[in-house]
Design a binder for this molecule. Structure first.
Ligand SMILES: Cc1cc2nc3c(=O)[nH]c(=O)nc-3n(C[C@H](O)[C@H](O)[C@H](O)COP(=O)(O)OP(=O)(O)OC[C@H]3O[C@@H](n4cnc5c(N)ncnc54)[C@H](O)[C@@H]3O)c2cc1C
Ligand code: SF4
Ligand code: SF4
Length: 491
């Protein structure tokens, strides 16, 4: 028996450093780590010690014989990763290159303990805080514009993924750390300026994420009945900026443009049994509306084919195993079926899924709820005069009263920082903001809105290493320290 990693894996690599026989890959220093959808245990090398399972912050690692339902497939998925790979030779205790971050430079002994401001309590900000607090004597003032911390762990991750949300508890341990001051409900750039932060801290790290939705740029996008996944995700997670009544579930068919993991999240929640969501963190107003929802079919419309669609294979696999919701592939293009039969790229996950030539001009039929994947259908226009009547995509009008665009997030300009409008990021070199010594970025605002929670750990490691290197090289201006807390309280 061995252990296997499952769907909830967020690639933070915590398990890698605790495995005594180096059987979890790819590791952060291996080339395919950056593009891996998850990590995998080599069943031939695993000695079944359980250390990885204890260390995983999202409960993603289980003994193979305890995997049931949709998770049962992960024994083979883990093994398949190693099928055509050379196995590492283990001839003694394993010392990983990847472990807790360490820093090449010693902080000079005459340097007072650093005082760092971190703006944003999402994963990127919290990994930066964790690095600073665990590996230096720095004090951190942690800001968030919201009254509750967590960023997208709180307001993005779907409520039916409770094990992923659990990582918020790992981060929350640092909110109470004696060298961390948590300032919630403070919007940097509004309640306090960058200049004020810089004059009272040795360094400022922005971890403000990428909160806005990318636009489709097609006619009809602003019609009533057309919205974004950003809004729907905020709605079901109780985001303070999203009104409780903003999502209308009176249409039988909802069309989502996009097939990324966020599109899958929205499709799952809109077709879920409200009774099963009742015990989750879902916002009460969303649960109430889902209980009276008319939605019976959610159609995911993709520009690309199933082999290169934006979702990750583990998230798609989870959709294929739902007992109460059918998954169907729209059989309008022979290339789609061919890619699935050949198992090209991610298309193999759809083997065995029903294919059907759907009549898009009529409302959905049948009693069971279903999710339809329609590939090779570039969206052309949202139709309707006073409200959404349909989505024109791939030359066909799909009749619907609700279109949700889920084509990605985008960073918005950050007050007082340079901004690259094309990428939606703050221009930086290894986290150092161009032209502003002592100011750094981390997470989605640094590298753009892609990558799961764990990707922000290596990203934070790089930014904090840049900051500490600047401390030792004397590149950080020394600040006059004033009573900042009283200024904040006054505001
Ligand atoms: C809908 C959705 C679902 C996801 N689900 C998963 C999943 O299941 N598993 C997974 O691994 N990854 C998931 N991800 C990806 C993951 O959430 C991101 O990788 C991660 O949240 C990015 O971290 P961040 O810290 O850069 O940004 P964020 O998490 O967005 O944090 C930014 C924080 O900065 C604060 N802030 C912004 N501006 C200011 C300001 N001016 N002053 C003060 N505070 C400010 C915000 O309030 C927020 O708290 C999901 C992403 C989305 C969008
Ligand atoms: S979430 Fe982290 S610790 Fe858990 S399996 Fe994935 S990489 Fe390993
Ligand atoms: S159970 Fe032990 S040996 Fe197996 S992958 Fe986990 S840490 Fe490594």
């Amino acid at each position: 028996m061995a252990f296997a990693i499952t769907q909830a894996c967020c690639n933070d690599a915590t398990c890698v450093s605790v495995c005594p026989v180096n059987c979890i890959h790819p590791t952060p220093d291996e080339p395919d780590f950056a593009t891996a959808e998850m990590l995998y245990v080599d069943p031939a090398t695993c000695i079944d010690c359980g250390a990885c399972s204890d260390a995983c912050p999202v409960d993603a690692i289980h003994p193979i014989d305890e995997l049931t339902g949709a998770l049962a497939a992960y024994a083979d998925i883990n093994a398949a990763y190693y099928a055509d790979r050379a196995r590492p030779v283990v001839d003694g205790p394993n010392f990983h290159a990847w472990s807790q971050p360490t820093f090449a430079h010693d902080i000079p002994s005459d340097m007072p303990a650093l005082d760092v401001a971190v703006v944003g309590t999402g994963p990127a900000g919290m990994y930066a805080v964790q690095d600073l607090v665990l590996h230096t004597s720095a004090s951190v003032t942690l800001f968030d514009r919201h009254p509750v911390p967590g960023g997208l762990v709180r307001f993005g991750v779907a409520p039916d993924h409770p094990s992923t949300k659990m990582i918020g508890e790992t981060f929350a341990r640092f909110h109470d750390h004696p060298r961390v001051r948590l300032r919630l409900g403070v919007e940097v750039g509004e309640d306090v300026s960058l200049d004020e932060l810089r004059s009272r801290h040795d360094a400022v790290i922005y971890a403000v994420g990428a909160a806005s939705a990318r636009r489709l740029g097609i006619p009809g996008e602003d019609l009533p009945g057309s919205t974004t996944a950003t809004t729907v995700v905020g709605w079901y997670n109780g985001h303070p900026d999203v009104p409780a009544d903003v999502v209308d579930l009176s249409a039988e068919r909802v069309v989502i443009v996009g097939t990324g993991n966020v599109a899958l999240d929205v499709a799952r929640i809109l077709t879920a049994d409200p009774a099963e969501l009742a015990g989750t963190s879902i916002a009460p107003h969303a649960l109430a509306r889902l209980r009276s929802s008319k939605v019976r079919e959610v159609v995911l419309v993709a520009r690309r084919g199933p082999a290169t669609a934006a979702y990750t294979a583990p998230e798609l696999l989870a959709l294929t195993a739902r007992p109460d919701v059918d998954l169907v592939v729209d059989d309008h293009d022979p290339q789609v079926g061919q890619a699935i039969d050949e198992g090209t790229g991610k298309a193999g996950v759809l083997r065995g899924v029903t294919r059907e030539a759907v009549d898009w001009s009529v409302p959905p039929r049948g009693d069971r709820k279903r999710i339809v994947l329609s590939f090779h259908r570039p969206p052309e226009a949202i139709t309707g005069e006073t409200g959404v009547r349909g989505l024109l995509a791939g030359g066909v009008e799909i009749a619907t009263g609700q279109v949700i665009s889920a084509i990605g997030y985008k960073g918005t300009p950050v007050a007082e920082l340079p901004f690259d409008d094309l990428t939606g990021t703050v221009p930086n070199t290894a986290g150092r903001v161009e032209g502003l010594p002592g100011v750094y970025v981390v997470g989605w605002i640094k590298r753009g809105p892609s990558g799961g929670i764990g990707a922000n750990r290596t990203c934070a490691q790089e930014t904090v290493a840049s900051l500490l290197s600047d401390v030792t090289s004397g590149a950080l201006p020394v600040r006059a320290r004033r009573r900042f807390a009283s200024v904040l309280r006054r505001r």
